[in-house]
Design a protein around this ligand. Structure first.
Ligand SMILES: Cc1cc2nc3c(=O)[nH]c(=O)nc-3n(C[C@H](O)[C@H](O)[C@H](O)COP(=O)(O)O)c2cc1C
Length: 366
């Protein structure tokens, strides 16, 4: 029996849940026989065909005692584990991710116009490191198509808030990037609970050059009344002083918060952005760098290397209000939220904390 199934049965969940976790894990192992992007596409198609309808729902509710968190502008979440951007880029199956138990979803990155992204292969597994390298390059169906898909879903944000991660088209020069971000936001104005400005993907040439205080100021001037709905997603590869200068600008201008962090740029064994375990330390360090600037005043969501309940603890102790995962879902399968919640409950118990909310920022108080 693998780790996921073991931890679920250890929590004395109904045997159908253990069976479902085992099936989910076995299915994930089978998908791993395929090239990485093909596995993703097959998995998404199965979800679109209602795969989860044939399996018992993950038993999330009994695992959420003491897990409620409040993320300003996003909502009161049943627990702190959300889906990171990039998994359901085109809003094909957000309902399936809600059913897996994620407490919030981020779709995208969506670009204003459709674009194919980089040539394949562009997604690679590094199983020994529990990591992925991707250079997808914002493959997007484009804002109008994705928005139409969401409109038809008539999404209830009060159940599972859904945000849109906004990008720029590859062909758009950096001095017109703000127009692209605004176009995506305007298209999703009535459809998204929150927005994320993505200036941190390593796979769109020049995108990370936008991560400067002056760009943040220009963006704030243009975003105007939508500012309290906008989060900025940052990369983990900046110098500390550079990173902190951007944090100061973001806090000063009234953005809703920051998402820390995107993938870490690598050139070996493939060129792209690395996610998963090797990203945990650098992206967690960025939370500390940010906290020393805003002292808890700027809301933070953590993403980067969260593969266990202990990882969630470390992110929240360093000031994150919630976390988002991507790589953990690839390696641990569709019952990963239940597994992480069981581990997080153990972490709380170990530390004598009764409510996950009390973990937030505890590292700075110890
Ligand atoms: C294949 C892949 C595609 C991604 N696409 C996006 C994207 O379109 N926009 C974005 O902001 N982040 C994207 N990400 C980054 C994730 O949202 C997340 O920040 C990162 O993977 C770190 O989390 P993890 O270690 O849990 O995977 C992508 C990650 C992967 C692995």
């Amino acid at each position: 029996m693998d780790e996921t199934a073991k931890s679920l049965s250890a929590a004395h969940l109904p045997s159908r849940a253990s069976l479902a976790a085992w099936l989910g894990t076995a299915g994930t192992a089978l998908l791993r026989l395929l090239p990485a992007e093909m596995a993703h596409d097959v998995g998404m198609s199965l979800l679109a065909r209602g795969l989860l309808d044939y399996l018992p729902a993950p038993f999330i509710e009994p695992l959420t005692a003491g897990m409620r968190v409040n993320v300003p502008g996003i909502g009161e979440l049943a627990h702190p584990i959300g889906l990171a951007a990039g998994f359901d880029k085109h809003a094909r199956v957000p309902g399936a991710f809600a059913r897996m138990g994620f407490s919030m979803l981020e779709i995208g990155t969506v670009t204003p116009r459709p674009q194919p992204g980089n040539p394949k292969p562009r997604l690679f597994r590094q199983p020994e490191q529990r990591a992925l390298i991707n250079r997808m390059g914002f493959n997007s169906d484009g804002a109008a198509t994705v928005a139409e898909r969401l409109r038809r879903l008539n999404w209830h944000h009060d159940r599972v808030p859904l945000g849109v991660n906004c990008g720029k088209n590859k062909a758009t020069p950096n001095d017109r990037a703000i127009d692209d971000f605004l176009q995506v936001m305007t298209t999703f104005d009535q459809l998204a609970q929150y927005f994320v400005v993505n200036i941190s993907s390593p796979n769109t040439p020049g995108l990370r050059d936008l991560a400067t205080p002056s760009f943040i100021h220009s963006l704030a001037d243009e975003v105007g009344v939508m500012l309290p709905r906008v989060w900025v997603k940052l990369d983990p590869d900046m110098e500390r002083s550079e990173f902190q200068a951007i944090i100061a600008a973001i806090a000063h201008r009234g953005f809703r918060g920051i998402i820390v962090s995107n993938t870490h740029r690598v050139t070996f064994p493939e060129v792209g952005g690395q996610s998963g375990h090797p990203l945990m330390a650098p992206s967690t360090a960025c939370l500390e760098w940010a906290h020393s600037v805003h002292r808890g005043e700027l809301p933070m969501i953590a993403t980067g290397g969260v593969l266990s309940g202990a990882d969630i603890y470390h992110k929240m102790a360093r000031g994150a209000l919630a976390v988002q995962i991507y790589t953990a879902l690839v390696y641990q399968g569709p019952w990963v939220v239940s597994k992480l919640l069981i581990e997080l409950a153990a972490e709380l118990q170990l530390r004598g904390i009764s409510h996950v909310q009390d973990m937030i920022g505890s590292y700075y108080r110890e």
